[in-house]
Design a protein around this ligand. Structure first.
Ligand code: SF4
Length: 268
């Protein structure tokens, strides 16, 4: 038998409207969200480097200690790597992060006429601003997205492991899309005014319900929109889900609703 040459069609990904609905449902569940006070963009970038592979508490502490020791980021740029390393030691991975911080600061000074003020990025189209940051050593799409969105209020995506996992399971991005590529795709698919809500909703959902191991599908607020739900549910949970869906259908197709007083007219 000759081999079939028909290619398997890639699964369809969610429409903009479906994604907007997932944001709405998650924001109702976990929100309302308030935006935290922003750091200036260069501070945000140093903070982002410090926060890689460590907790928020440790990175905040490392950032505070760094600023206490050096006073300004210009002094950090001119500082000795060993001194930077000592200052940020409580944040972990200081041997890797200290040279990276110094290198990034000096590259910005070189590219930006001796200034560490990155507020000019706000005036650029999003893709150009991202490209500008991506030329810095070790700055990938996630770090660039954090600086642009959280510090400068631009509609840039910053995709962490939770957002990536939830997006894949929900079919918002395809199963083979890399985390790097997901940034561009999601910036196209999420309305600019909804990027912040998307970010916070999906992170909360990934941490609380759609966890890496054993996601809590039966209690998921976007379960009806999720193509992966059945993959993670036990037979018993699926049977219970089917029964509750049948009940809902019966309720909406004319059967009397419990606790709803029947008028004489509806009883006739
Ligand atoms: S139904 Fe399950 S897999 Fe799908 S988003 Fe919800 S928790 Fe995640």
């Amino acid at each position: 038998m000759p081999k079939s040459t028909t290619k398997k069609r890639a699964p369809r990904t969610k429409s903009k409207a479906d994604i907007a609905r997932t944001i709405e449902l998650m924001a109702e569940q976990y929100g309302p969200f308030s935006e935290e006070p922003r750091l200036p963009p260069m501070d945000e970038m140093v903070f982002t480097i410090l926060s890689q592979h460590t907790s928020d508490i440790n990175s905040s502490r490392a950032f505070r200690l760094l600023m206490e020791k050096f006073g300004t980021l210009e002094s950090v740029a001119a500082g000795d790597i060993q001194d930077i390393e000592k200052a940020i030691a409580p944040g972990g991975l200081a041997k890797i992060k200290a040279p990276r911080i110094k290198e990034v600061l000096n590259k910005v000074l070189e590219l930006n006429e001796g200034s560490l003020d990155l507020s000019f990025l706000r005036e650029m189209p999003l893709q150009e601003a991202k490209a500008w940051l991506r030329q810095l050593p070790g700055i990938g799409p996630k770090s660039a997205g954090i600086v642009l969105s959280f510090s400068l209020g631009m509609p840039a995506m910053a995709i962490d492991t939770h957002i990536y996992r939830v997006s894949q399971r929900l079919g918002v991005i395809g199963p083979k899309v890399s985390a790097d590529k997901a940034h561009d795709i999601l910036e196209e698919k999420v309305e600019p005014g909804e990027v912040f809500n998307f970010h916070v909703s999906y992170i909360n959902h990934g941490r609380q319900v759609c966890r890496a191991q054993r996601p809590k599908c039966p209690e998921c607020v976007v379960g009806d929109l999720c193509p992966s739900r059945k993959k993670f549910m036990t037979k018993k949970e699926l049977a219970e889900l089917a029964a509750s869906e049948e009940q809902t259908l019966a309720g909406s197709s004319g059967a009397p609703m419990p606790h709803v007083p029947q008028t004489q007219e509806s009883l006739n």
